[in-house]
Design a protein around this ligand. Structure first.
Ligand SMILES: Cc1cc2nc3c(=O)[nH]c(=O)nc-3n(C[C@H](O)[C@H](O)[C@H](O)COP(=O)(O)O)c2cc1C
Length: 406
């Protein structure tokens, strides 16, 4: 946008998106598109290095607004101070990708370009998504800078492990755009005062896999979507979330522990709930597992039948009861068996029980929608067929009400 004097879009939904000179900047284009889809107005600010990778014009096109850069700031006339104006206009600021260089400047309070000047002038929530080669990421200087920024209230979305653009493996991949979008939604929601703010919420999701031999398992059709929706909702309400899941959790901006069997899940849950405030057991945990795992692969040979010796799995929920831990169980029943769910609530001593009928049309296991009944200590709340996201919001409402009633 060099040579022009763009005017900053005004409005309550403006999010400043700082883009810096990291190779992951191509993902920032998708991020900006996503933010527009989420109903935000991105205002993109590019560093000079960023412009060597992606032209501001690209960001202007996808954000449907002028994109700012150092040149546009110097060209601005009529007493218009872009760094102050942009800082005034926006509600949330996100820097993605955030290079080691820009993070160091932010930590040190340097303001030698438009982006870092805006950062210093900005008073709202700031999110950064670092990305760099693993060695840069693990350098004590970078570690110290990120720690300092986090201590000042900047939300650092940690770089992920994986294959890096430089061809090496390690930690340094930028958090995925979906994770950054969720972090922006949370920052806009302003969750600081809600009952779940700062609480540790452990959520389980997905169906467990109980190994028969080296290649086969007993599983179920649970997709993990309901638990994922609850984890996202708790995160949006300011909770510190740990998701223990058998399913990939792409784009989760919180801690994810991948597990396979009911035993793995039990161990992970016991570890995670030690300092937790809330446990939501949305996973479909197997009731039975093979007594032992066969080494290698069971051969068909000339067998006519194969009998598996199954034993009960450990009841994960039962082992977690302790004062101060608010527990939520799920009962997936075949048919409208609300009475059984009520009995399960009484038997397990959970604070909330979420019932769903897995035979109901178009809802439940594997589907995107659900229809649930939330059984609390005082009432039963029916949530007719709707998205799992809306069901998760209803469950989170009841968790908040339960926490407040304590
Ligand atoms: C091809 C290429 C890729 C780069 N990728 C990264 C990166 O992922 N992370 C990073 O911190 N720096 C990366 N750099 C170095 C930065 O671009 C450099 O430190 C620059 O000064 C950053 O400026 P900025 O923070 O103002 O955007 C890369 C440089 C090049 C040439």
């Amino acid at each position: 946008m060099s040579g022009q004097t763009p005017t900053a879009p005004a409005g309550e939904r403006t999010v400043l998106v700082g883009v810096t000179g990291g190779i992951a900047i191509y993902k920032a284009v998708e991020l900006v598109r996503g933010l527009v889809k989420d109903g935000f107005q991105p205002l993109v600010v590019s560093t000079q290095a960023a412009q060597r990778f992606v032209m501001p014009l690209t960001f202007a096109a996808v954000s449907q607004a002028p994109a700012l850069d150092d040149e546009s700031a110097w060209q601005a006339s009529g007493g218009w101070f872009q760094h102050i104006e942009a800082a005034r206009t926006a509600r949330v600021m996100v820097v993605a990708p955030a290079t080691a260089n820009t993070l160091a400047k932010m930590a040190a309070g340097l303001a030698d370009n438009l982006l870092t000047a805006i950062y210093l002038a900005f008073r709202g929530p700031v999110i950064v998504a670092p990305t760099m080669n693993w060695a840069m990421n693990e350098h004590p200087a970078t570690v110290a800078n990120l720690r300092l920024l986090a201590a000042r209230g900047v939300e650092v979305l940690p770089a992920e492990e994986g294959e890096l653009a430089c061809g090496e493996e390690g930690s340094g991949r930028m958090a995925p755009p979906e994770a950054i979008r969720l972090a922006v939604r949370r920052a806009f929601a302003g969750t600081a005062a809600g009952p779940l703010a700062g609480k540790k919420v452990v959520v389980t999701s997905g169906g467990t896999r109980e190994r028969i031999d080296a290649v086969r398992f007993i599983g179920n059709r649970s997709s993990g979507k309901m638990g994922r929706a609850v984890a996202d909702e708790a995160y949006l309400r300011g909770a510190r979330v740990a998701l223990v899941t058998t399913q990939p959790a792409d784009g989760a901006p919180y801690g994810v522990v991948r597990v396979e069997s009911s035993d793995d899940m039990g161990a992970a849950v016991r570890e995670q709930v030690r300092d937790a405030d809330v446990l939501v057991m949305a996973a479909a945990v197997a009731d039975f597992k093979p007594r032992s795992e066969e080494a290698g692969k069971i051969q068909r040979g000339d067998r006519e039948a194969l009998t598996l010796d199954l034993v009960r799995t450990v009841d994960i929920l039962a082992g977690t009861a302790r004062p101060g831990l608010f527990r939520v169980g799920f009962a997936a029943e075949a048919g409208p068996r609300l009475q059984r769910a009520r009995e399960k609530k009484a038997a397990t001593g959970v604070d909330l029980l979420v019932f769903n009928d897995i035979l109901a049309e178009g809802v439940g296991i594997g589907a995107d929608e659900n229809a649930i009944t939330i059984i609390t200590a005082r009432e039963e709340i029916e949530v007719p067929r709707t998205s799992k996201r809306a069901c998760a919001a209803a469950i989170a409402d009841q968790i908040e009400a339960g926490l407040q009633a304590r």
